[in-house]
Write a protein that binds this ligand. Structure first.
Ligand code: XIL
Length: 415
């Protein structure tokens, strides 16, 4: 090794020990990384490992284990439903902050960061809003003003308390939609046109100068054909590039990471390449809703290990692919699972024809599954030179032209 390399290695080693903030292992007290939480192991890399939190489970006095694991295994939390518009404003003009406030307080008590989810989405909107638009009692102009007010109100309430906001969620269609050429889909695009996306980011930034503002979507883990007509990742890439060119204050792209073992899925290098392409635009990235479901065949339901084992292993492998790719790219700031236990997973409710399940990292009795151990080992065995500490962007503001265009110093180092 040349002296120069030695110095670099030394500096990295010192920095790593400092970041670890652990007492060096001794013969009588060996360091056992397997006894550490995902949160602690993630923070060695500056990476937040998070979970979506189910408000009912969090409040269930008979289930202290849910609370305990949510508090100790993760360094970031996302409200699974509590910050969606239908939860916050079920009656027009009356906000109910109870569940959302509770999660933010839980995070504070446990020194966790919060991913705010979600400001603009076509699902889980209050009935008064969608029916008002449908019957014409809410005009397009009024709708735009209602959206501006909603974003401003919610972001303002949690100003300074949210690390990353999912500002716009799932704005892009899928190849199985009609028409099958990818396009802006759903309630907001249909009523306001795609300009609502830029508006939403500007309104969010006006309300909180410091939160990192994300676009969030599924099926964007890897690039496909490269043709935006059928490659959703490419469509989203072109979209965020366009937003940056218009100096829209967007800081990151969230890749949800809802995978299924029945699909082909991706290898680590494909996912790494996608994260790097977004990073090269000067954007942060995050896995925001990772779960890997499986079809619950009769054999699985009857407990046939020959059917269960391959599913658990394939699920673990897919969790691991996303984790390794995230670790490999410094701008990948967080890895959030969409629920941590099969006891409370949205999968059996949403994917029931055929029935699906087994999607999370702990089983229904809070026993860690192979997926938990694989993700943990990824965190343990990763380090320099291929895995370096995170590099966080400064929140983007329209008026900082060079930074908005991705030309400034800090984000250039991202890869
Ligand atoms: C899901 C929740 O997990 C369910 O409890 C709810 O009934 C429907 O929404 N993409 C998203 C999340 O961005 O908000 C969704 O969460 C899952 C898909």
């Amino acid at each position: 090794m040349k002296p120069r390399q030695l110095i670099t290695v030394g500096v990295v080693a010192v920095a790593t020990v400092a970041a670890l903030n652990t007492v060096p292992a001794t013969a009588s007290r060996p360091y056992d990384p397997t006894a550490q939480s995902l949160a602690t192991l993630g923070l060695r890399h500056g990476l937040h490992v998070g979970t979506a939190v189910n408000a009912t489970a969090l409040n269930d006095a008979n289930d202290p284990q849910y609370r305990r694991l949510a508090a100790t295994e993760f360094s970031s939390v996302t409200a699974e439903n509590a910050m969606k518009w239908e939860s916050l404003e079920p009656t027009r003009g009356t906000y109910d902050w109870t569940a959302a406030d509770q999660l933010v307080e839980f995070a504070k008590r446990n020194r966790q960061s919060v991913r705010g989810h979600v400001l603009v989405w076509h699902n889980q909107l209050p009935a008064w809003l969608t029916s008002g638009v449908a019957d014409g009692s809410i005009s397009k102009q009024e709708l735009r003003e209602l959206l501006r007010k909603h974003i401003t109100t919610v972001v303002n309430r949690y100003k300074g308390k949210i690390w990353q906001w999912d500002v716009v969620n799932e704005a892009v269609s899928d190849p199985w939609d009609t028409p099958n050429t990818l396009h802006y889909k759903g309630f907001w695009a249909e009523n306001l046109g795609p300009g609502y996306i830029a508006d939403a980011f500007r309104w969010a930034r006006a309300a909180d100068p410091k939160a990192l503002l994300f676009y969030n979507d599924y099926n964007i883990e890897a690039f496909g054909s490269g043709n935006p007509a059928d490659d959703k990742t490419q469509f989203v890439y072109d979209m965020v590039k366009g937003l940056l060119a218009q100096r829209v204050p967007i800081d990151g792209v969230g890749s949800q990471g809802h995978l299924g073992t029945q699909y082909g899925n991706f290898d680590t290098l494909q996912v790494t390449a996608a994260l790097k392409k977004f990073a090269a635009l000067g954007l942060a990235t995050a896995f925001t809703e990772v779960d890997v479901r499986s079809q619950m065949t009769e054999g699985v339901q009857a407990g046939d290990s020959a059917e269960i084992n391959p599913r658990l292993q394939a699920s673990a492998a897919n969790f691991s692919v996303l984790m390794k790719a995230c670790l490999a790219v410094r701008s990948c700031l967080s890895y959030t699972v969409w629920g941590f236990t099969d006891r409370y997973s949205w999968v059996p409710d949403w994917f029931n024809d055929p029935p699906e399940g087994l999607a999370t990292i702990y089983d229904e009795n809070y026993q860690p599954k192979r997926a938990y151990q694989e993700v943990k080992s990824d965190l343990i065995f990763a380090g320099p030179p291929y895995v370096l500490p995170r590099s966080t962007p400064r929140p983007r503001h329209r008026e900082v032209t060079a930074q908005s265009l991705g030309r400034s110093g800090r984000m250039k180092v991202l890869s």
